[in-house]
Design a protein around this ligand. Structure first.
Ligand SMILES: Cc1cc2nc3c(=O)[nH]c(=O)nc-3n(C[C@H](O)[C@H](O)[C@H](O)COP(=O)(O)O)c2cc1C
Length: 225
């Protein structure tokens, strides 16, 4: 595949066929993904491919709990765990009931049929978090891990696989700390589900360049051709 075709069609895939993903294919995916950039080239990622049914069950329970809380925010019309107008986190708003249980679980159930569940763990000691003392939510640390995760998805697409980056598990990472063997300096950056998709998206919904690239200032003129 051409790079631009891969980039334009690597959409989130949450429904998979039963086809297995052979280890040599999975290896090639990670072999390409490892060329991702990271701060200081410290490559602070580690991938746990979850196979043991007991580990899978623990990961599932923790991730579903995170998903339920995510849904509680969206039901209240809010961006889940998003910052306020001042860029800071102000706690769970009063109109969000984190204990409510979603009735329709189809969204999250598709993920558990994925042949590959890969938890991407970050070594927090290796992340230079330049905005750690900023008076707003931090952005920078994950930037040394998520390019790698996107590379996994791009490399998977080129292998005829699909998948999705999920962060539901991070909400309850302490629940899987022991079962995954996480050290105190390690945190969950993502859980990536991979497999052979029923179908690939042909057209992703994304904002045009003019909507997010401006000259000199955030409210400057849009870059146009
Ligand atoms: C940082 C990040 C976190 C995400 N977390 C989740 C998640 O927890 N669960 C999920 O199903 N999808 C998750 N996604 C996938 C997005 O929902 C998806 O990329 C986006 O909606 C675009 O979907 P599309 O490619 O189908 O257009 C996440 C994506 C990113 C980049």
């Amino acid at each position: 595949m051409q790079l631009d075709d891969v980039m334009r069609t690597t959409g989130a895939i949450r429904a998979f066929t039963d086809d297995p993903v052979p280890d040599d294919v999975l290896w090639r995916v990670f072999d390409l993904a490892r060329f991702a950039p990271s701060g200081g080239n410290r490559q602070g990622w580690h991938v746990v491919v979850v196979r043991d049914p007991a580990v899978r069950a623990a990961v599932r329970a923790a991730a579903e709990a995170g998903w339920e809380e995510y849904v509680a925010f969206t039901r209240a019309g809010r961006v889940p765990f998003g910052a306020g107008e001042d860029g800071r986190w102000h706690g769970v708003p009063d109109d969000v009931d984190l204990t409510a249980t979603p009735l329709d679980r189809s969204f999250v159930q598709g993920l558990w049929a994925a042949p590959v569940l890969a938890v991407v763990v970050a070594d927090l000691r290796q992340l230079a978090v330049l905005d750690v003392e900023a008076d707003r939510q931090s952005i920078v640390g994950g930037g040394s891990i998520y390019p790698f995760v996107q590379n996994v998805l791009l490399a998977a697409r080129a292998e005829g696989l699909g998948g999705v980056l999920t962060t539901f598990l991070a909400r309850h990472e302490d629940a899987v700390r022991d079962v995954l063997g996480l050290a105190p300096y390690q945190g969950v950056a993502a859980m990536v589900c991979l497999g052979v998709p029923d179908r690939f998206p042909t057209r992703l919904t994304r904002r045009p360049v003019e909507a997010f690239v401006t000259i000199d200032r955030v409210d400057g003129p849009a870059l146009s051709t």
